[in-house]
Design a binder for this molecule. Structure first.
Ligand code: ATP
Ligand code: MG
Length: 685
């Protein structure tokens, strides 16, 4: 045994070691937060490579978020040296699916260069399809989108959806589903759910493809298994087949994706599908102080349990959990920011040692302002980066089409932006025609034969669009490319389109400003071209092309730089915090209707919210601070808030209250008042 893996194994506890060494059949590690489940996965990858001689390229590890995948890669990278890790797949389920699709385009009937529709793209397509019959509102579109998404996650194909439809609404959705799938295919596009659905149906229906992938992947490891949905489970099952060489780890108390079709019952199904399943439980928590762990355990004991798990820690009791009540949400944000500032100095901590978690992204807005005010560097996860903004994606698509008219994805993105009344029917026929001729969509628009396939009006509209683009390209060739691009944006009145589509004029204004920023950046980038010796007009378009590529690249690099262990406070939703840990954690907004969320209260799914709170609490290693506001702005008005019921479910003696509400019911108030007095007395000795 190489020394490195031997010493790794020696650091594990006996149960963890057993889980690492169980490699012949299916293995499930079922254990609470911070018990080393992810550590088992990373060590096991090293064990498979260094001890069992398995090639890293035959191993696929899957986890839930990109962030978690990055972390896992990093942890494995510390154990495997250079070549040893070569070809190892560590990714989210969706990235694994994307790779399978990329490798199987032909078998799937897709052309190279397919596009991935994000939920907004998909919504736009649904809107077009649904508007054909009658005017539909945004709510209807959202409902249909979510019904279709659920079907896809449950592996229900369009042909079967009709019989699955439970009511009128679903019958309607089933009909849209069929057209939606057909159109996606015509656009050579897949949506987010397809990233799992397509691989699963392919592996199920195509024995050769199945054999290919089983030769490629010999061992699979799945983290956060409690959050897999039916289609993801099937993907693992198909890939591993009879050999069942896999390890999955999970914690049913951390299942927080029911709304995305996650089935914690998969934990039970696993035992039925694989009778040889080796179930290993871990009980020692290595992450949190005794106080934090006790609070988490007490909270989650209010949920019913399929599996009883005990969790203990020998990290010492640590500090009490502080609960800070604030006057209003702004005071709450101010408090968190100023505390991080002082605590960092007091604890000699780094910025990265702090994380602020919240229920919804909107809660980060005020906090961002306060952090900026104190010049505290922070990283917002899940926020929208410049290049993922819709207006920037549109502008980039125009730029891409200008430099490469064969870019079908760019063409599809903007052919109807601003609206040119070129409908999905027209595009479908255009796509078919283009495919037959082996031409790009843009080139196909120029062909005379198209007139036989499409009504004259559609041909004319397409012609007007291509003529417009051709004109801009000529002007770019002929002189000042940047002026031509600015002129294009004015001429098509992109600004008016933004105003039509924004819920408020200020939003449209900001979006347009973003687009101009992009053009300015492009201009700067052209001037700064280091390869440029003597600017001459006939290389102008090449310059633009190079400048555009540089823009894209810079965005990617900047994102990567951000992903580095740069020293910043982490701001993220509780959902996004899964699997991560931080020395100091702030959990904001412990109020009824926020945590538990109002929708969950209304639909009776408070248990899932409790699990979410459990996830949040168990991210903390040394200190945990819970904050809440007495008033919060909602629907433009200041509303009174009630402290979260979860606060009452925490062990009272583990908490240290500050600014406890003086506006609640007198009984409670009195009881708490006495606590405060007792607290003061103990403070004063
Ligand atoms: P979660 O449920 O939150 O995903 P987890 O079960 O995956 O948690 P890990 O993240 O693997 O837990 O481990 C939690 C912490 O405990 C990590 O900092 C890890 O390095 C440490 N740890 C795990 N096992 C041991 C061990 N045997 N000895 C010391 N530290 C350990
Ligand atoms: Mg983990």
């Amino acid at each position: 045994m190489t020394t490195s893996i031997a010493s790794r194994l020696a650091k594990l506890n006996p149960r963890q070691r057993e889980a690492v060494k169980a490699i012949d059949g299916p293995c499930l590690v079922l254990a609470g937060a911070g018990s080393g489940k992810t550590s088992v996965i990373t060590t096991k990858i090293a064990y498979l490579v260094q001890e069992c001689g398995m090639s890293a390229r035959r191993i696929a590890a899957v986890t839930f978020t990109n962030k978690a995948a990055r972390e896992m890669k990093e942890r494995v990278g510390q154990m495997l040296k250079g070549r040893e890790a070569h070809g190892l797949r560590v990714s989210t389920f969706h990235t694994l699916g994307l790779n399978i699709i990329r490798g199987e385009l032909k078998a799937l009937g897709y052309k190279p260069g397919f596009s991935l529709f994000d939920p907004e793209d998909a919504k736009a397509l649904l809107r077009d399809l649904m508007n054909k019959d009658a005017q539909v509102d945004a709510d209807q579109i959202n409902r249909v989108q979510s019904v279709i998404s659920n079907w896809k996650n449950d592996l229900v194909l369009p042909g079967q959806a009709l019989s699955h439809a439970a009511d009128e609404d679903e019958l309607f959705a089933a009909r849209v589903y069929e057209a939606y799938v057909r159109h996606l295919k015509a656009y050579n596009a897949v949506d987010f759910d397809d990233l799992i659905l397509l691989p699963v149906t392919l592996l199920r229906d195509d024995p050769e493809a199945l054999a290919r992938w089983r030769r490629k992947i010999h061992y699979m490891l799945v983290d956060e298994y409690q959050d897999t949905n039916v289609s993801q489970y099937q993907l693992v099952r198909m890939l591993m087949g009879e050999r069942a060489t896999f390890t999955v780890v999970g914690d049913d108390d951390q299942s927080i994706y029911a709304w995305r079709g996650a089935r914690p019952e998969n934990l039970v199904t696993l035992g039925e599908d694989f009778p040889r399943l080796n179930v290993i439980k871990l009980e020692q928590n290595y992450r949190s102080t005794g106080t934090i762990l006790r609070a988490a355990n007490t909270l989650i004991s209010n949920n019913p349990h399929v599996y009883e798990k005990t969790l203990w820690s020998d990290m010492g009791q640590g500090e009490a959990i502080r609960v800070v009540v604030n006057r209003h949400e702004e005071a709450e944000a101010e408090r968190v920011a100023s505390e991080i500032l002082t605590r960092r100095i007091k604890e000699r901590a780094e910025w990265r040692d702090f994380a602020v978690l919240y229920r919804g992204n909107f809660q980060a807005r005020l906090l961002e302002l306060k952090l900026q005010h104190y010049q505290i560097p922070y990283k917002l996860s899940g926020g929208t980066s410049f290049f993922s903004r819709n207006e920037i994606k549109d502008a980039m698509a125009y730029l891409r089409l200008l430099i490469n008219p064969a870019d079908d994805n760019a063409f599809l993105r903007i052919v109807n932006v601003p609206r040119r009344e070129i409908g999905p029917g027209t595009l479908e026929k255009l796509a078919n025609y283009a495919t037959e001729r082996g031409a790009s969509l843009f080139a196909a628009c120029h062909e005379l034969g198209l007139a036989e396939q499409l009504p004259a009006r559609a041909v004319e509209r397409l012609g007007r669009f291509t003529h417009f683009i051709d004109g801009v390209r000529r002007r770019m060739d002929g002189g000042d490319a940047i002026a031509a691009i600015r002129g294009m944006l004015h001429e098509m009145d992109y600004e008016a389109w933004l105003y039509q589509n924004a819920s408020a004029p200020t939003i449209a204004e900001r979006r347009m400003a973003n687009v101009w920023t992009l053009v300015d950046q492009l201009e700067k980038s052209m001037r700064a071209d280091p390869d440029e010796e003597s600017p001459s007009t006939d290389t102008e378009t090449d310059d633009v092309e190079a400048a555009i590529s540089r823009l894209v690249l810079r965005d990617i690099l900047e994102q990567q730089a951000e992903e580095d262990d740069s020293d910043r406070v982490q701001l993220l939703t509780m959902h996004a915090s899964k699997g991560l840990e931080f020395p100091h954690v702030y959990l904001m907004g412990l109020e009824e209707e926020l945590l538990p969320h109002r929708n969950a209260i209304e639909t009776g799914s408070v248990e899932e919210e409790r699990r979410l709170a459990y996830v949040g609490i168990t991210r903390a290693r040394r200190t945990l601070t819970l904050t809440l506001a007495r008033q919060r702005k909602a629907y433009g008005e200041m509303m009174d808030c009630t402290p979260s019921r979860f606060l009452d479910e925490l062990p009272e003696d583990a908490l240290e209250w500050e600014g406890r509400a003086d506006r609640e019911d007198p009984d409670k108030k009195q009881a708490r008042g006495q606590d405060a007095i007792a607290g003061l007395r103990s403070l004063l000795g």
